[in-house]
Design a protein around this ligand. Structure first.
Ligand SMILES: Cc1ncc(COP(=O)(O)O)c(C=O)c1O
Length: 395
């Protein structure tokens, strides 16, 4: 059917009408197993009872006032995020890109407050931080930048998972005020850094009085097996950005700060009309509350171990599989060839997943998987991969 949408997406024709738990149903009432969660958004599954109830109650009470007035659910959610992260303050926006915009503005203002009129931020090759002008300029992939030059200046690029290159920037660039990095690179292909990497970034930031800013838009909200992926280490960032699963489908983003980053933003420096409205914040509160009440972190650890061991066994003799990587239920199966056509192959077999960095089958399944569902999902993925014939060119 022709439509009047801007052609921003190459959307597949399949359209879903309802969801429940780990399943979605399309317009023909065909059921699909959702191993993607709308790219790590519906982490608690579709139609989660507590989240649905919170949204329904809030929708029938109050949707929006304005940040001109105090918003109680905003304060409640900020308190809970700070309690869970060990951080101090939260600014609410509506998306991951907005959360990162806030982080970039904080870093720049932090620099200006110290008399640095050209503050630089170290960003990583292969990273993804969003599609606004500042966040695409910060991102590492040329794909999101091409055609949108001039890019914002003030970003210094470094290879991911390479501490020496950061040390070398520290020696040579006195304008740097912050590092922005993903604790696990998502769009870049589920790249898990070496043990000690985040700790080393923290140490360099402390030595140079820089802010450590971690983008957990994809890795946060229990997906990694901790509420926030940085909690696999003993460090804490100065700035943490969240979005995606925080609302389990209700748009919300958060820029969380602590210590020297916490007092940078003052009245008049930043704002958002919708940011932190009662509906989004009440949904966010219900999400974090449910993660704790339903012992979701334990479930992620259990089901990710089970999923990975099934996948490793079932794909051990597959000639195209290069590596299986994960941090909790953030899972990447790197293939030797371009596997983008595999998405359609899986879709036709009732399985939702995607492919990132062209060769990495990305699985972001719901965090509520039971043992049986984990086994079934693993088997369905394995069968799909075995029945697929890729075009074997290495680029
Ligand atoms: C790590 C990371 N940061 C930022 C973003 C951008 O988030 P949004 O699409 O909500 O603006 C994404 C989206 O995939 C992401 O994975």
């Amino acid at each position: 059917m022709s439509d009047h949408l801007v052609k921003a997406y190459n959307s597949l024709p399949t359209s879903f009408t309802r969801g429940d738990g780990i399943y979605l149903w399309d317009t023909e009432d065909k059921r699909y197993l959702d191993a993607l969660c709308g790219i790590s958004v519906t982490n608690l599954g579709h139609n989660h009872p507590a989240v649905t109830e919170a949204i329904q109650q809030q929708a029938s009470t109050l949707l929006h006032t304005s940040n001109i007035y105090a918003i109680e659910w905003q304060k409640k959610l900020a308190n809970l995020i700070c309690k869970l992260s060990g951080m101090d303050r939260v600014f609410f926006g509506n998306s991951g890109a907005e959360a990162n915009e806030a982080a970039i503005k904080i870093a720049r203002l932090y620099g200006h407050n110290q008399g640095n009129s050209d503050p630089n931020i170290i960003v990583m090759n292969n990273s993804f931080h969003g599609r606004t002008m500042a966040t695409l300029s910060a991102s590492g992939g040329r794909k999101v930048q091409a055609g949108f030059e001039p890019l914002l200046s003030g970003f210094v690029r470094a290879p991911y998972n390479d501490i020496e290159s950061i040390q070398s920037v520290a020696k040579n660039n006195p304008k740097v005020v912050a590092i922005l990095a993903e604790p696990v690179q998502g769009e870049g292909g589920i790249i898990v850094p070496d043990d000690g990497y985040l700790e080393a970034l923290r140490e360099i930031c402390d030595k140079n009085n820089w802010l450590l800013m971690l983008d957990e838009v994809q890795s946060g909200i229990a997906r990694s097996g901790e509420m926030f992926a940085f909690q696999h280490t003993n460090i804490i960032p100065d700035v943490l950005t969240l979005a995606k699963a925080l609302g389990n489908g209700v748009p919300i983003g958060a820029c969380v700060t602590q210590g020297k980053a916490a007092e940078v933003i003052q009245p008049g420096n930043h704002g958002s009309t919708f940011g932190g409205n009662p509906l989004a914040c009440r949904a966010g509160y219900a999400v974090l509350d449910s993660i704790q009440k339903d012992s979701i972190l334990d479930n992620v650890i259990k089901s990710s171990e089970q999923l990975i061991s099934h996948l490793k066994r079932g794909l051990a003799d597959h000639p195209d599989v290069k590596q299986i990587r994960n941090r909790g239920l953030l899972v990447g199966i790197e293939m030797k060839y371009n596997y983008q056509a595999f998405v359609m192959h899986a879709l036709q077999r009732g399985l939702l997943l995607n492919v990132t960095a062209e060769k990495v089958i990305r699985l972001l399944p719901p965090l509520i998987l039971t043992e049986q569902q984990t086994t079934d999902m693993a088997q369905q993925i394995i069968d799909c991969i075995h029945s697929f014939e890729p075009v074997k060119t290495s680029n």
